[in-house]
Design a protein around this ligand. Sequence first.
Ligand code: ATP
Ligand code: MG
Ligand code: FE
Length: 339
Amino acid sequence: MVILGLESSCDETAAALVTADRRVLAHKLAGQEAAHAPYGGVVPEIAARAHVEVLGPLVQAALAEADMTLADVDAVAATAGPGLIGGVMVGLVTGKALAHAAAKPLLAINHLEGHALSPRLADPTLAFPYLLLLVSGGHCQLLLVEGVARYRRLATTIDDAAGEAFDKTAKLLGLGFPGGPAVEAAARDGNPQAVPLPRPLTGSAEPHFSFAGLKAAVARAVGTASPADLAASFQQAVVDCLIDRTRRALKTAPVATALVVAGGVAANGAVRAGLEALAAEHQLRFVAPPLWLCTDNAAMIAWAGVERFQAGYTDPLDTVARPRWPLDPVAEPVRGAGV
Ligand code: ATP
Ligand code: MG
Ligand code: FE
């Protein structure tokens, strides 16, 4: 079985071909950093236009690399949300058109399900249920992944996502855009104890995350220490928050077979190391996807397509694009952007 995956929910345009036996036959990705850099963040209209321009050629390049045509794929999987609605529409409409033209089933994929299942593409031995820390540009959640399409949200952020805090910190420190990798690089030369910064909600009985206060504290501290020391201190504060909240969740999710991390912030070495130590403390396996699978890509969308198709799901051609789309349908509404 071969699934074509399309991703366009933020500022990466991507197309990939993935098989049911976990072979990534092709994965093509076009970032838009240069287009957004002058604005210090992603501009939705610029992103949508860029997706329109490059998605078709990326699909052709992926098919060419795998020496295939659309007739060879079993289904087309496209991100249908959540994300910047213009970009999501570009990918979903393209997916619908390709599926219709080739008379193949459509799979409308939740981008968060792509992140959530991505560790299983890289690691065939990772079984359900697992405790997942999903840390990305727009989300920071702890989920019990019980199976395909079965997610129980245990915690979310009440304000900002961790990736957003990395991006804001990079901007404040003049490290450029995108921020996560720049902060991580700067932190290598800094002292994580140099600047005292808050760890919001750590030690709290409630399960959620919060990063707004940390972001504000970084803004106040700019100029009082070197960018390297500030970056290192900030990164350590984020790691401490993630570890504290995950440790708390481990107490309520005793059935988990592994501690798993996914999403763009999972590419961070300090985050990975902290979680690995936490898993070892609990005699749990730790699984993190390779770096290229952490940040947005289409292989994870194709893989979520494989898993859903095998579970019997397909979606109608009138499926709508959704700017917001919680993974857990019964999740309590929580204020803020992380829902
Ligand atoms: P979402 O998945 O929530 O819709 P998104 O798709 O924009 O958001 P991802 O591509 O999954 O997010 O992740 C991008 C985020 O990951 C950005 O905030 C970026 O700064 C952060 N990030 C990427 N690499 C690193 C790193 N090495 N260290 C810390 N953060 C990182
Ligand atoms: Mg991006
Ligand atoms: Fe993402």
